[in-house]
Design a protein. Sequence first.
Length: 375
Amino acid sequence: MNTKLLVATLFLVSVTGKIYAQYFDAKPAIVGNQYQAEEEIERIFSQQEGYTLNFGNKNKLFVPRQIYTDISLLNNVHVLLDSVQNALQSMQDSLQDNFESRKLYFDFTKTGLIVRIRKQPAKDDWYIVQNNKTTRVKSLQDTIFITKHENDKNNFRRVELVFCLDNLSEFKNIISTNSINNFIDTIQQEQSMKVSDKAYYKSFVSGNYTLDVNGGITGKMDVKPNAQRMFILGISADIQNVKNYFVPSASVGIEYYAQYRKFNGASHSLGIYWNPYFFFQKEANNNLKTYRNDFLFLEMNTLDKEKNGRSINLYLPFSVGYLIHRTGNFLEKNTFGINAFGIKYGNATLKPFIYFHDFFKGVTPSIQLSIGIGK
């Protein structure tokens, strides 16, 4: 394997860890025999596109669905699993501390198996006291990432298995049955019936399955439209400087809005808004008079939200407005306003504008600060 391919492989492994680590790290705190926040764990799993098999005893297998995922790469899954178990056996001496949280990455390439281990010591020691007997318990689960990919000139295929285990020793027992083979067969059958004729980006697919006491697989695949479409009412309060005038304004309108379950909750919208601008000027009698000038704006927005919702997001608005009602001499007849990009943080936006009349006469720049709901 050449250097570039090795670097790319390690990068993929690293990215995988960043994407999925947050879903498999936390083992909830213990009160008596019950793990807290079990419902929260189930909620997080159900939000990911892919297929989950629950083995019981808090052991799970997750197969993420990504644009390059090809489940057929797992047709001989027992070969991969046996290779991983052999590797675990050979590394047994370095994995003896059962109270550490281990993340093990197994990447199957054309030239061999690449293995990376990340150990995370527990910050606190946990114990259960029952019947006057004190037992130390593990506070974080172990995670095994198994990746297989094939790459040629015309095609890139990839598949991943993510095991979330109470302890690494559980892996040998889990793969000793046909449960994973049956799980893969179930996914392939349901895929062919429900999503084989759908483009990847058009649907959000998740499956939740359970291993029953007889070794059978129960559960179903849920296919939802990727885009959630609706009409929403948008309002905002704005402020900006136009031609050296301090100008508060507002906007009220309606948007056709599409939010995508994939792509970090990205959304697109197209809306039409009425925007009254308020100019103020003192009259001869020293009274302050308000002059309202109304714009009608057509807006298009693209927003790619961060998962935590608190950082600055990728925000690409575009809007064109026309002065439909004019009072005073603050703005010329046939005035237009254009915005082409901006910054969004929560409900606040900062957008540069230019105003001009007729064919780009009297161009005036401005920056608008806006606090809005629904836009």
